[in-house]
Write a protein that binds this ligand. Structure first.
Ligand code: HEM
Length: 458
């Protein structure tokens, strides 16, 4: 059973706060919104560091990134740089044309396959990797073999699964270390790192040409090289810092965004009423055009509710990246000591029957007239976490997801492959840090016919 589900079972038996041991490490399991508020708001200053996850050390250049850097001045400076320079609303807007072009490219590639079975998992995966690569590096390596054999997306997938497999080393240091050595995990991690490192170095070298600095359109590598030359802050920003941030963006942005979209489509397929309502909204608001563009998204209120409902039932990070207690504190009568890990199960929190009516039902209307949002203020709904370590990529992630989903449902009606019934649509999960749909999502796109009034949704 996957960790978020076994931890849910434990919470059913032992309640919303529970101390247990992960190997040799004491861990606090948090399974309700109220308890999450205690950790991520009331005591955020005590729980805002991350434990050392050894398997990630190499890829994150000795934790010079943001996501797993220990709390302190270094993390503060790097987070500030990321939020202000890389992920601000202005920066996210500046990449609108990249999003629009790549979504259009995906829609065209689906159009040529209209009325045939399409592997949507593959399409969405290519889309997100291409967008993130263009935003970060200015070019996309998608579909191209790198000088080092595999393609970029495969290397990132490999990194994520190898790192997830190696977390065991962090809480069973001796046995885990031996397992990592003898199973070849260590060697695979190093090989994967060396390949990614060469690619990132190559990208930095290509961007270091002074001619580029005069160009108007900047990607994330350009911005980071400028930060390096301006030496903002006092952390002595060098190439390793740049690579750590780039790696962070790939690791944090690609699978989370892809998988949310992958989960949205089968949920809509299983709920024809919702599919029809959201398609009607998009087609009514956007009118007869070639595609939905960024400006249209503001009017699509029901689509936003659909995205929220997908994130409630399928938060890609079902368990938040672990936190670690920095000093003794008392929560609801429990003494928590330094070095205790904190595991917040947001998957369980999104299904808590005390907070959500009929929690297993996909019902976007639950967000009508309800101000509950995922920006870290509502502790019953935490797909992006909260507090000092909450996700800084919310705007970038939602801008990509909403545009892609709106276009998929605007341009096509979607049918199940021949012979498949709604109840057969498989929803099994896999993954540890990011929960993915286990089997590829295959649906049949039918080009939407504006001339016909025939409604053909599933
Ligand atoms: C659907 C999309 C995404 C989801 C669901 C998501 C979710 C999360 C979650 C749950 C965390 C941990 C929060 C916590 O510990 O409280 C996190 C952290 C983080 N995310 Fe995201 N994320 C998404 C997209 C992105 C994107 C697009 C980026 C940037 C390009 C990004 C960058 C980060 C970073 C840097 C952190 C670490 C923050 C820190 O420790 O200070 N994420 N994300």
């Amino acid at each position: 059973m996957l960790p978020h589900r076994s931890l849910w079972q434990l919470s059913q038996k032992h309640g919303p706060i529970m101390l247990f041991h992960l190997g040799s490490v004491p861990a606090l399991l948090i399974s309700s919104g109220n308890m999450a508020r205690e950790i991520l708001k009331t005591h955020d200053h005590v729980f805002c560091t991350r434990p050392v996850l050894e398997g990630f050390r190499k890829h994150l250049y000795d934790f010079k990134d943001v996501a797993l850097a220990p709390y302190g001045e270094y993390w503060r400076q790097m987070r500030k740089t990321s939020v202000l320079e890389l992920l601000s609303t202005k920066r996210v807007q500046s990449f609108q044309s990249v999003r629009v072009q790549e979504v259009e490219h995906m829609i065209n590639s689906i159009s040529v396959k209209a009325s045939c079975v399409v592997n949507l998992t593959e399409k969405l995966n290519n889309l997100i990797h291409t967008i993130i690569q263009r935003i970060v590096l200015g070019v996309s390596y998608e579909g191209k073999k790198t000088d080092y054999g595999g393609n970029f997306a495969e290397l990132i997938h490999g990194a994520i699964s190898l790192m997830a497999a190696s977390t065991v080393v962090s809480y069973t240091p001796y046995i885990g270390g031996i397992i990592a050595l003898f199973t070849g995990l260590q060697t695979k991690l190093e090989k994967n790192f060396n390949e990614l490192d060469k690619l990132l170095q190559q990208a930095i070298d290509e961007h270091s040409d002074p001619e580029r600095q005069t160009q108007e359109h900047k990607d994330i590598v350009d911005v980071l090289l400028r930060v390096e030359s301006d030496q903002l802050g006092e952390i002595g920003f060098r190439k390793d810092h740049i690579k750590a941030i780039l790696m962070d963006m790939y690791l944090d942005a690609t699978e989370t965004t892809t998988e949310t979209l992958v989960w949205a489509m089968p949920e809509l397929a299983k709920n024809p009423r919702v599919m029809k309502k959201v398609q009607d909204e998009v087609r009514r608001c956007v009118g007869k055009k070639k595609k939905v563009d960024g400006k249209d998204l503001d009017q699509l209120h029901y689509l936003t509710m659909v995205m929220k409902e997908v994130l409630r039932l399928h938060p890609p990070g079902a368990i938040l990246l672990p936190r670690e207690c920095m000093s003794h504190c008392n929560i609801y009568g429990y003494d928590i000591y330094p070095k205790t890990w904190v595991i917040v199960n947001v998957w369980t929190i999104g299904r808590d029957p005390d907070s959500w009516k009929d929690p297993e039902v996909f019902f976007p209307e639950r967000f009508i007239d309800c101000l509950i949002d995922f920006r870290g203020q509502d502790f019953d709904f935490l797909p992006f976490g909260a507090g000092r370590r909450g996700c800084p990529g919310i705007s970038m992630g939602t801008a990509i997801m909403e545009l892609a989903l709106a276009n998929l449902i605007y341009c096509f009606n979607w049918e199940l492959p021949l012979g498949l019934k709604i109840e057969d649509l498989e929803m099994d999960e896999t993954g540890i840090f990011v929960i993915k749909k286990k089997s590829a999502l295959r649906l049949v796109p039918i080009k939407y016919d504006w001339g016909s009034s025939k409604e053909n949704f599933f």
